[in-house]
Structures are given as structure tokens and as C-alpha cells.
Write a protein that binds this ligand. Structure first.
Ligand SMILES: [Zn+2]
Length: 229
């Protein structure tokens, strides 16, 4: 039995990871972290999508303690979301988030005997988050294997894809419209194409336009990069 855990926010990236996992594993569990996001809509969106895409289980873990420790514009209403991606680390960065999330997902994987934890982190559109780097994920993977004496694999299918290529991956699984209409990536909590103003919406829209302008070529590139048939 091939079993995987998908770290699932209900956004474009993790939804694309879930769609791919459903095609490659016998059983897929979703884990969504509730850390007091400003938008409960994110968690509701994740619940609906996990069910719709056929996840065997969907666990929402309460990690509101992260909100007590980490202050960012994603967890506080009085810190405005930046409209431009600034130099350095943006104020949407929640320190320790992926350290905590991937560790908890790893523990859950151990409990349900899953071989893989899949996460949609990506270094290509590097928005300044140090815990999205390949080097960090590999280091944590090593630590989790040692710490649990369990041959867990942290899998990052999107690590070297840009946003246009992530759209191509959804398209490869005939899910471009599903991802476009039913996921929530916007920092202002608006599903689908979002507010159009925040950095997440801009990144997403730019990637989609880029993909649609050059669809056959980008799809071909992604198939080659990920060794898809
Ligand atoms: Zn937005």
C-alpha cells in the first residue's frame, strides 16, 4: 500500500500536489494547519477540496500556538499585506512555519504508516521564505529520519517549477479549471482569481497568463522536468 500525506492549504500549489498524489498513491491523507489564519475561508476551502478530490482522510491540526509566537501579516489583522514584493523577507513570513508543519506531518505519516509527506514548497519563485528552500527540506528530512528511525521521504514536486509550470502540471492532470476556480491563494481571502492586487494573486495571474500564451511548450517542459509520460 503506497500511502502519502499532503500538506494541504487549499491553495493552487498544494491542490496541484494533491491532484498529482491521487494519481500516484493508493491512499492520500491531507493535513491542514489551523494557526489562526486571518481567513477561516482558507480552511473551509481546503475541506471542500480534499473531499472533492478523494482524499482518504483530512486532518485539520490546531497549531494556534504558532500565532502566539509568530507575528506576520498573515496572522494579524493590523499588519497590512504588502502590495509589492519587497527586498528581503516579506512581512507575510511566519518564522518556523514549515519547520513545525513538516515535522507534524512527519509524525502523522509515522502514525498512519505513510512513506511520503508531499509539500508544495518551491524555490523557483523564491519570495524570500528561507523555509521553502530545497536545502532546508533536505536537512529536515534527514533530521526526521534520524529522529523517528523511519524512512520517511519529504517530497517537493514543485521545488523547481515556476508558476506557469505549476499551472501546466494541473493541466497535465486535466485540472486546470478546477485549480483556477476552486483554490484559494489570495492573501485577502478571495477564492479563484482572487483580489488581483496582493503578491500571491499577481504571481498566480502572471503564471497563468504566461502558461496560456505558451501552453504546448510549457506543458512539454514540465513533462520532461518531472519525467511524466
Ligand atoms: Zn489577492
Amino acid at each position: 500500500m503506497k500511502r502519502a500525506i499532503v500538506v494541504f492549504s487549499g491553495g493552487q500549489d498544494s491542490t496541484t500536489c494533491l491532484i498529482q498524489a491521487m494519481a500516484n498513491f493508493d491512499e492520500v491523507h491531507c493535513v491542514t494547519f489551523d494557526y489562526g489564519q486571518r481567513h477561516q475561508a482558507e480552511i473551509d476551502c481546503a475541506k471542500i477540496l480534499a473531499k472533492r478530490l478523494g482524499a482518504a482522510a483530512h486532518k485539520v491540526m490546531d497549531v494556534t500556538l504558532l500565532n502566539e509566537l509568530a507575528i506576520s501579516s498573515l496572522t494579524r489583522d493590523n499588519i497590512p499585506v504588502p502590495t509589492q514584493v519587497e527586498n528581503g523577507i516579506p512581512n507575510t513570513f511566519v518564522p518556523g512555519r514549515n519547520i513545525l508543519f513538516l515535522t507534524l506531518a512527519g509524525i502523522y505519516a509515522y502514525q498512519v504508516k505513510a512513506q511520503a509527506v508531499i509539500t508544495g514548497v518551491c524555490e523557483t519563485d523564491f519570495s524570500g521564505y528561507p523555509d521553502c528552500r530545497d536545502e532546508f527540506v533536505k536537512a529536515l528530512n534527514h533530521a526526521l529520519r534520524l529522529g523517528m528511525d523511519y524512512s520517511l521521504e519529504l517530497v517537493t514536486p514543485l521545488m523547481w517549477l515556476n508558476k506557469a509550470e505549476t499551472w501546466a502540471l494541473a493541466d497535465y492532470y486535466d485540472s486546470l479549471e478546477l485549480v483556477r476556480q476552486h483554490t484559494l491563494t489570495c492573501y485577502n481571502g478571495i477564492q479563484g482569481d482572487g483580489c488581483g492586487e496582493c503578491p500571491a494573486c499577481r504571481l498566480r495571474a502572471n503564471g497563468l497568463n504566461q502558461y496560456l500564451e505558451n501552453r504546448p511548450q510549457i506543458l512539454k517542459d514540465v513533462k520532461r522536468k518531472l519525467a511524466l509520460a
